[in-house]
Design a protein around this ligand. Structure first.
Ligand SMILES: [Zn+2]
Length: 240
């Protein structure tokens, strides 16, 4: 079997299939997953990890209607084409662009009632006639940086179309912070090998996901990291 087939299989594991979580291919998601691919290959991330959501913050307020928005969000768990809504954070109130930002804090009950694992999509919407999507973001819980948060600027949010708004809808300097805490106090994806995960984690993550990771790991240990040129071929259509 050629190298290309294997590396392509691996990229599928990390990306290709998963970009369908949302409408079509979106560049910000592709780039995030390319980074995951590299972190995985370089063995910076050793195992999948479950997380809990603490809260989300916007710095700056989108303008969806009347100089602000009534934001809420939905969380989807994605397994390839199997996409399930896991949680809805209800709209609280209208936020004005005169305010510094938006804060969504989860109650202890909400936090404990939801474990995030694997590919997760968060859809931010404006509560109005049609609950229009403001933007979305997709990530994998194994690759959340130390400190347990994701920081994303406007360029890292999907769909790409939001960049064509002349900054009238989404402020140019909008930043989204997503804060997590660990599901497990013992394991962590930077140090714990798959076979050393505790029983709680094994049950939460599931054998199917663990087997995917095992086979991806095996493929990667047998091959060299793709150089820049091959990387471009593998990610045809991505223009970094
Ligand atoms: Zn654990």
């Amino acid at each position: 079997m050629g190298y290309f087939d294997n590396a392509d299989d691996c990229l599928k594991f990390f990306g290709h299939q998963r970009f369908t979580c949302g409408k079509g291919v979106s560049q910000p998601c592709q780039l995030r997953y390319l980074y995951y691919f590299e972190a995985f290959y370089r063995n910076k991330i050793k195992s999948p990890a479950a997380k809990r959501l603490r809260g989300i913050q916007f710095v700056q307020v989108p303008n969806m209607s009347g100089g602000g928005c009534v934001p809420f969000f939905e969380i989807y768990s994605c397994r390839g084409l199997d996409i399930r809504k896991q949680f809805t954070y209800p709209a609280q109130r209208q936020y004005s662009q005169k305010e510094q930002g938006v804060i969504f804090l989860l109650t202890e009950q909400q936090k404990q009632g939801m474990t995030l694992q694997g590919d997760v999509k968060i859809l931010f919407k404006h509560a109005g006639f049609s609950n229009k999507v403001i933007f979305r973001i997709m990530f994998n819980t194994a690759f959340i940086q130390r400190g347990n948060y994701i920081k994303a600027g406007k360029m890292e949010l999907s769909p790409e179309d939001i960049r064509k708004d002349k900054n009238k809808v989404i402020p140019e300097d909008l930043i989204v912070y997503i804060h997590f805490e660990d599901f497990c106090e013992v394991c962590n994806p930077y140090e714990t090998e798959i076979e050393d995960l505790c029983q709680n984690c094994v049950e939460e993550i599931g054998q199917e996901t663990l087997n995917e990771w095992r086979s991806a790991k095996q493929i990667m240990t047998e091959h060299d990291f793709p150089d820049k040129e091959l990387g471009h071929q593998l990610l045809a259509g991505v223009d970094p």
